[in-house]
Design a protein around this ligand. Sequence first.
Ligand code: 6PG
Length: 250
Amino acid sequence: MIRVFENLQNLSQAAAAIFVEQAQQALAKGRFSVALSGGETPRQTYELLARSPYMDEVPWHIVHFFWGDERWVPLSDPRSNARMVREVLLDHIPVPDDQIHPMYRSGMSAENGANAYDHELRQFFYGERQLFDLVFLGLGKNGHTASLFPHTPVLNNRQDWVDAVCLEDQHLERVTLTPEAINRSAQVVFLVNGPSKAEVLHQVLEGPSQPDNLPAQLIQPVSNELFWLVDEAAAAKLSNATQYDTSALR
Ligand code: 6PG
């Protein structure tokens, strides 16, 4: 399902509404697990969730925050995804600390940190058929999502739920959920905005299957609950043949 929005603000409001709706639906089972995306696009969504009306509608006592990926840097580092979420959301809402599950662990290598997070997830989801209730993802201009970058070994990791990624060009190690973990989640929502994403969005959604070049194509949740929230600029190269809902534009 692709929904096109006039701008990032409307897109972010829809994303925040999905979070509220899914969290409320999870009340019956007593916990709501969400894996957050890094990058800039989801920032407005997180800011909205930290303010009325959205903040007042979320049953925060059942919410567990995880991350889809993390740069392997301390939480104080401006590149940290957890730092951004803490600044714009976590410091403003009443979620118990033991329900916030950052990926980064100081004093550990990315590889050992990935193993530790994998273990934490297997404990948290023990006996569950599905993993996260909701996963937010972004889309990089090169077709990456989370830290699933083109031509990296993690794309073929079918065993683990979490893996370490070494990006030579960025001189940075990252830890990421694997496609296996994302695809076992109940609902996956991509947030994509801006003209710079128009070409890659067209390639991912309408081009040939080439997941090693466009890892976002690996995201095919077993639940089939896959949503693309995109703004008009990012949707500019989508053909008319692609069925998308523009009701949000009105
Ligand atoms: C990260 C993100 C990454 C991001 C995309 C899009 O850690 O960098 O998880 O996958 O979602 O790069 O980033 P923007 O939203 O900033 O375009």
